[in-house]
Design a protein around this ligand. Structure first.
Ligand SMILES: [Mg+2]
Length: 412
């Protein structure tokens, strides 16, 4: 009896190395070799989005407060996030990936799974495809990617991480057990601090130890979750690569020092965030119908308010109108805001024909002008648009391309 059926799959996980920071270094070669830290302003309670390998040597990593990063690496080059630029580079990378297979599941701008099972006749083995992809990404963008090749997603993701940066690791079906044996259990999906402690209490430190643990004892300790972990530890992961799984929501948020204390400041922040979300939605050819506003008050308590629009939108101004209304239902103005954020969820493909049936001509006109604005944005960066719409003292209140789109207007 064959140990594995004909359904052995070839999955590649492609993951760009220190993506945002590498894009910055590529765009400005003077930054190469320097500790580059992309993220929020250290003076405004910002958070690190990406750190170059030079910065990581100082212990800086993403999700760390920027102020802490500055303490660890005072000579670091701190740069703001230029999302439109990373999106642009990301689009070029995905264009390359799509030449090999339509079975691509993006996890983020710089990370995705490819199922290349059955592509051998066209493009060579999975390993050859991965080598090819890495070379073409480098030629096209100047950036390095790491790739993992394995019979399933779980193993491919671990493999791509194994020899970063510029890594290339293949795990063949017969090598799975050896590959996993000495891996720390924290590398298993779903194993957080708490589970790690439980497993350690059972004497399990490495994936190889978990893999041979009796299923009944595992189930007794951790229930169904324990059995799932056991399967992963044995290298079993049946989840398919899902090309349709896309971002469930798109959001922006920022923490402020000092706190935002008046309506005018909050409006500017909301408009900026709404415009960025609109931009992101249009880039991804998505529309969203639920707008959520999130406020953290100075005492750290959190308030969220949501609203579902009658028609999905990809327009920053519509998101802004809704967000403003939602914000007015919080106590932000009375209590001030330490953090402000906007998100859009319930996303649909823009090409959905039924969406277009609902458009009136006025709406289409407005959408055309927004697309023209996108082109300006693409050319000059988000900063240009921000300057134009937010910082011009005469135009710093609500922009009103839609009739009736003034603050507190009725209806959606
Ligand atoms: Mg990455």
């Amino acid at each position: 009896m064959p140990s594995r059926g004909p359904m052995t799959r070839n999955i590649i996980h492609v993951d760009m190395d220190a993506f945002y920071a590498s894009v910055e270094q590529q765009d400005n070669p003077a930054l190469k070799g320097l500790p580059v830290i992309v993220g929020g302003d250290p003076g405004r309670r910002g958070v690190v989005s990406a750190a170059s390998y030079e910065a990581r040597a100082y212990g800086v990593h993403s999700a760390m407060p920027s102020s802490q990063a500055r303490r660890l690496c005072p000579q670091g080059v701190f740069l703001p996030v230029r999302m439109h630029r990373y999106q642009e580079v990301s689009n070029r990378i995905f264009r390359i990936l799509r030449e090999y297979t339509p079975l691509i599941e993006p996890l983020s701008l710089d990370e995705s799974f490819l199922d290349v099972t059955g592509c051998e006749k066209l493009f060579g083995t999975a390993l050859q495809i991965a080598v090819d992809i890495k070379r073409r990404i480098r030629e096209t963008t100047g950036l390095t990617a790491s790739a993992g090749i394995a019979p399933n997603k779980f193993l491919a993701k671990i493999a791509s991480d194994y020899r970063k940066p510029d890594g290339l690791v293949e795990v063949k079906p017969g090598e799975v057990r050896d590959f996993l044996r000495d891996l720390p259990i924290s590398k298993l999906w779903g194993v957080g601090k708490a589970t790690e402690e439980v497993l350690k209490g059972m004497g399990i430190l490495k994936v190889g130890q978990l893999a041979v643990f009796p299923a009944e004892s595992m189930e007794r300790k951790l229930g169904k979750f324990g059995l799932d972990l056991l399967a992963l530890a044995q290298g079993k992961d049946e989840r398919p690569v899902c090309p349709d799984s896309e971002a469930k929501s798109i959001s922006q948020e920022e923490t402020f020092t000092p706190d935002l204390e008046n309506w005018e400041q909050m409006k500017k922040v909301l408009l900026d965030q709404a415009e960025r979300i609109g931009w992101e939605l249009r880039k991804q050819e998505l529309k969203g119908s639920t707008v959520t506003v999130k406020v953290r008050y100075p005492d750290f308590t959190l308030a969220t308010r949501s609203q579902t629009l009658s028609i999905p939108t990809d327009q920053g101004i519509e998101i802004y109108r809704s967000a403003l209304k939602l914000l007015s239902r919080t106590e932000a103005v009375q209590r001030r805001a330490r953090l402000l954020g906007v998100g859009v969820s319930h996303l649909v493909r823009r090409k959905d024909p039924q969406q277009y049936l609902l458009f009136d001509s006025e709406r289409q006109k407005a959408e055309r002008s927004i697309r023209a604005m996108d082109r300006v944005w693409e050319k000059f960066g988000a900063g240009a648009l921000k300057r134009a719409s937010l910082l011009d003292p005469k135009k710093n209140s609500d922009p009103q391309p839609f009739p009736g789109a003034r603050k507190g207007g009725k209806g959606d």
